[in-house]
Design a protein around this ligand. Structure first.
Ligand SMILES: Cc1ncc(COP(=O)(O)O)c(C=O)c1O
Length: 356
């Protein structure tokens, strides 16, 4: 859900992409992003493109032909980043687990120490499964073998803590349309000092010109040399969305999402439904509920949309027809909304033949 103040910001007069006012907005965005990424040491920047552009920027700038890329693969977006690595000519090695499972510290570290990659990737909050991946052990093992770590924070940033510095993440990317409550269109990124050093020392140009982080950074901070025509209105939107988050207070926001997640879980369990991901490994922003035997998930979803205007998603890939994916984030994440959602969800399930 886009915050009403963000809609308002989108309608403000557009300045030029080299206007000093735009760079003021940009630098305030970068400062606010540091707070929600949880960094005092690293830098933040914003890519003009959706979350996948941030993913591709991470891969295109930190991989090149022949470099080894280790992916902890337990869902759809791990597959996407693996494919991007392949297209960069990297040697991709994967530690695979079923969709919804997570990696224990020891096994993740053993994999990384054995493979000795140059870059490691994991998805912090896997939207296809609802699973949360801890990153501390992954980052520690990667740093031991001289690798950098990229974390996909598309479904965590703005709705739950990322703690980039504490975790040891080197590169992270996100989107604007999930926890930040904006329309889609930008990808906020984080780079650790280690990642910035690596970039500065890189002599070969990345294969992608548009996503060349050095060129983009030059445009947004240093020389303000034209790189691309930034989508100004989206930057206004992100600027306002971050102001809303900082006014609420990041801790308050994470806690609100946690309370709503818990209320949702309690509610569906009380209906006799089961969550796909075990307790302790779930993300706060998106819940995966197993579809009960004999129920057609598409019919329940269509009914919920028609009866209450509530859109929830289905599973895909190996989870197709097996889970409902229910996002509860941003201004939508209130106890009253969760109560309404549970009520309508139960009605739709019962109408489609569910008996608890
Ligand atoms: C975990 C994750 N990574 C990457 C992406 C890609 O982001 P986008 O669709 O904004 O390009 C998504 C989109 O839902 C996602 O959930």
């Amino acid at each position: 859900m886009v915050h009403p103040r963000v809609y308002e910001a989108l309608s403000q007069p557009v300045v030029g992409h080299l206007d000093p006012y735009f760079f003021e907005i940009m630098s305030e965005i970068e400062e606010s992003l540091k707070v929600i990424y949880g960094t005092t040491k690293g830098i933040t920047m914003v890519i003009s493109g959706t979350g996948s552009a941030g993913m591709e920027a991470a891969v295109a700038n930190f991989l090149e032909s022949g470099r080894k890329f280790a992916v902890l693969a337990n869902g759809y977006f791990c597959d996407r980043i693996s494919e991007m690595g392949r297209r960069q000519g990297a040697q991709v090695v994967r530690f695979e687990k079923p969709w919804g499972a997570t990696f224990e510290d020891q096994e993740a570290a053993d994999f990384i120490r054995r493979e000795k990659p140059n870059l490691v990737a994991y998805v912090h909050a896997e939207t296809s499964t609802g699973a949360l991946q801890r990153g501390e052990a992954i980052c520690a093992a990667a740093h031991d073998v001289g690798a950098l770590v990229v974390a996909d924070c598309v479904t965590s940033l703005g709705g739950m803590p990322v703690n980039a510095d504490l975790t040891g993440i080197d590169i992270a990317y996100s989107c604007t349309q999930k926890g930040l409550s904006c329309p889609p269109g930008l990808s906020p990124m984080f780079l650790s000092p280690r990642a910035v050093d690596w970039l500065n020392q890189r002599t070969a140009s990345p294969r992608s010109w548009y996503l060349d982080l050095k060129l983009i950074r030059d445009y947004t901070t240093a020389s303000h040399r034209y790189h691309h025509t930034a989508p100004i209105s989206m930057f206004y939107a992100l600027h306002e969305a971050l102001a809303v988050i900082l006014e609420e207070g990041p801790e308050n926001r994470w806690n609100r999402h946690l309370r709503c997640h818990q209320a949702f879980v309690d509610g569906v369990e009380a209906m006799g439904l089961a969550l796909h991901v075990p307790q302790g490994h779930r993300i706060r922003t998106l819940n995966t509920v197993r579809v009960p035997a004999g129920i057609d998930d598409a019919k329940v979803r269509a009914r919920l949309l028609a009866q209450a205007g509530i859109e929830i998603s289905g599973g895909f890939g190996p989870l197709s027809g097996k889970v409902f994916r229910v996002g509860v984030m941003g201004p939508l994440a209130t106890e009253a909304n969760v109560e309404f959602l549970l009520l309508e969800f139960r009605k739709a399930l019962v109408a489609e033949g569910y008996r608890s």
